[in-house]
Design a protein around this ligand. Structure first.
Ligand code: 5AD
Ligand code: FES
Length: 366
């Protein structure tokens, strides 16, 4: 006989089958899952939510991922690149508003001028905040030297989503060339860890060709790689990308949304002390999407502080929220919406991954 949800939720380790069962749960069983993940979250991080001011500083990208609205092959998007001053001003805004940390993200480029520019920016952000702002970067696949240079310049967390942990699925979402090689991406995650970053990954949920079994595999991948942070959210089709032709084969948006919540809830149960971000893509489907994710397991939110006039052009997917707001609009409404789910912004704190420090301690003891 199959285990009941109650039995599954009591286990120390979830198997692939258990995860598939939880992902398929409905009605009362689904609520049981969310009640348990909420409990685990509260036990480990209380009601605290960490803010990371997100600066999407350029949408110029050398890569051509089939799902992404800012891929090199999309000639319809207007390209932008913030000035150093605009980026530093946005970081100053985060500092003055006690966001605790910033995230620098852009399209993926790797050349010496770009590397040096990022180093300069990292040093600039450390300087303007007296070393107080935490810095996460999300700048794709780079060499070991580049990762090291940025780490030494002050970045201490790095996000690199694996996007899909099944290599076969990965190859259907990316061009089949050296720039988009699954194993290189995996190796980058390893390099990041070795360099000393708190390392984050993530996947998209509800992709064409993706099965529930693939999603279970994604969660097991996160557990096996002992990742420190995760950001994952629903896939949302974009009209000027190759994947749009599978539009009619996708799950309805509400189902992709619900699966994303379940993925977060299950991961929270599997990895109690990691940081999990409530992805912005959740909000593109449901105006309270990120808050719902916070309620059932996520503990990080990334308010967009990119200067408003550029936000429209960082359209990874359609219906991206808040693209015409200024940073201030977002701040006021976020605090209010978080209070609706009993969450408290942890102003001025870095909110590092507890998991990272626990692992460091264990390593030190060996
Ligand atoms: N839908 C949802 N998420 C997307 N991303 C890129 N394109 C899409 C899309 N169409 C995500 C990727 C990437 C992150 C910056 O945005 O997972 O890592
Ligand atoms: Fe820019 Fe994938 S299209 S990294």
């Amino acid at each position: 006989m199959k285990d009941s949800i109650t039995q599954i939720l009591k286990k120390d380790e979830l198997s692939r089958n258990d995860i598939v069962r939880l992902l398929a749960s409905e009605g009362e069983e689904r609520l049981q899952l969310f009640t348990e993940s909420e409990r685990v979250k509260k036990e480990n991080s209380g009601n605290k939510v960490y803010y990371r001011g997100l600066v999407e500083f350029s949408n110029i990208c050398d890569k051509d991922c089939y799902y992404c609205g800012i891929r090199r092959g999309n000639k319809e998007v207007e390209r932008y690149n913030l000035s150093d001053k605009e980026i530093l001003d946005a970081a100053r805004y985060a500092y003055e508003n006690k966001y605790g940390s910033v995230v620098l993200q852009s399209g993926e480029l790797s050349n010496p001028a770009f590397t040096r520019r990022v180093t300069r920016l990292l040093e600039g952000i450390k300087k303007l905040s007296n070393g107080e702002l935490g810095i996460t970067i999300s700048l794709g696949e780079q060499s070991r030297q580049t990762y090291r240079e940025w780490f030494e310049a002050g970045a201490h967390r790095y996000l690199l989503r694996i996007e899909a942990s099944n290599p076969e699925l990965y190859s259907k979402l990316h061009p089949n060339d050296e720039l988009h090689d699954f194993h290189s991406r995996l190796n980058c995650l390893k390099l990041l860890r070795e360099t000393g970053y708190q390392t984050g990954t993530g996947v998209m949920i509800g992709l064409p060709f993706q099965s529930v079994d693939d999603l279970a595999g994604d969660l097991l991948f996160m557990k096996e790689t002992d990742i420190d942070m995760v950001g994952m959210g629903p896939y949302i089709e974009h009209a000027s990308t190759p994947l749009k032709k599978y539009k009619n084969e996708l799950l309805p948006l509400e189902e992709r949304f619900d699966l994303s919540l379940k993925m977060i809830a299950i991961l929270r149960i599997m990895m109690k002390d990691i940081n999990i971000a409530a992805a912005t893509a959740l909000q593109a489907i449901d105006p309270m999407g990120r808050e719902k994710a916070i309620k059932i397991g996520a503990n990080v939110i990334m308010p967009n502080i990119t200067p408003g006039m550029y936000r429209d052009s960082y359209n990874l997917y359609e219906n991206k929220p808040c693209t015409d707001d200024s940073a201030d609009d977002c701040k006021g409404c976020l605090d209010a919406r978080l209070s609706m789910v009993n969450a408290e912004p942890a102003y001025g704190e870095w909110g590092d991954s507890k998991h990272f420090y626990r692992r460091q301690k264990i390593k030190g003891k060996r």
